[in-house]
Design a protein around this ligand. Structure first.
Ligand SMILES: Nc1ncnc2c1ncn2[C@@H]1O[C@H](COP(=O)(O)OP(=O)(O)OP(=O)(O)O)[C@@H](O)[C@H]1O
Length: 251
């Protein structure tokens, strides 16, 4: 298995507060990694470091490296717009633009200068199929995306990320605002995507982590305590803190 993304001694400070403490982790090319840990342990902060979303937050200092396909994304020459296409992100609250479903999906392609209708149509169909929502919306592609249910909106947001053909998809608690059925549909979607994409998902839901992820990383107080195959983490963790967390002793 080759590695697509590696962090080296990655630390992040909000002002003087150290929220991430020297994280070293490798992500395999393809498959799903779940990031788990109690509230405030730095999971979302870490996730946002992986496509430089923390650049947008004032007073943030980041040290160390994030190497994506061998290049440090924090190098001054990095084109962050391009980076965020290659490493796309889905957020906790579905955030479609107030446009049609079709325009949501082609948004990134239009920004990249793609205007050919056939190409855009093909991308819409392919991405909505990959996000497992094509059948539900194919007859109303020009309806406003905000008219969809929350779960449908979230799958459109996944399609919007997929349309620009990313290598990595980051999800920050992407199912926690959804009802259980919608949440399971997103899980199914991710399982169908795991062969073709590297997926890194923050989740509070340990059942979800064990159902869908190949690897699980446990964070605590800004530190990466343990990362391993998901079965190993849940059945036979190496570290006492991991064991305490997964057996519900804290968090
Ligand atoms: N923009 C910010 N400014 C200052 N401190 C922040 C900011 N965002 C997060 N923090 C702090 O950094 C720490 C890590 O937060 P983060 O949101 O990454 O944790 P988390 O594990 O994702 O938590 P949760 O599971 O509750 O979402 C927390 O102490 C939080 O209060």
């Amino acid at each position: 298995m080759s590695t697509i993304l590696t962090t080296e001694n990655l630390s992040l400070f909000y002002g003087k507060k150290e929220a991430l403490k020297g994280i070293n982790i490798d992500f395999d090319d393809k498959g799903i990694t779940a990031l788990i840990g109690p509230s405030g342990c730095g999971k979302s902060t870490f996730l946002r470091c992986l496509n430089r979303m923390n650049d947008l937050i004032p007073n943030v200092t980041i040290t160390g490296e994030v190497n994506f396909n061998g290049h440090n994304i924090y190098a001054p020459t990095t084109d962050t717009v391009q980076l965020r296409k290659e490493i796309g992100m889905v957020f906790q609250q579905p955030n479609p633009f107030p446009f049609s479903i079709y325009e949501n999906v082609v948004y990134g392609l239009r920004l990249a200068g793609v205007h050919d209708k056939e190409r855009l149509d093909a991308a819409v169909e392919k991405s909505l199929k990959q996000a497992a929502i094509w059948d539900e919306v194919k007859d109303r592609l020009h309806a406003n995306a905000l008219s969809l249910s929350g779960g449908q909106q979230q799958r459109v947001c996944i399609a919007r990320v997929l349309a620009v053909e990313p290598d990595i998809i980051l999800l920050d608690e992407a199912t926690s605002a959804l009802d259980p059925i919608s949440s399971r549909m997103i899980e199914e979607t991710l399982l169908n995507l795991r062969q073709d994409y590297t997926i890194i998902t923050v989740t509070h839901n340990m059942q979800q982590a064990s159902r869908i992820s190949d690897r699980t990383a446990f964070f605590l107080n800004g530190e990466l305590i343990e990362v391993n195959d998901t079965k190993q983490i849940f059945m036979n963790p190496v570290k006492q803190e991991t064991n305490d967390y997964i057996s519900g002793r804290f968090g």
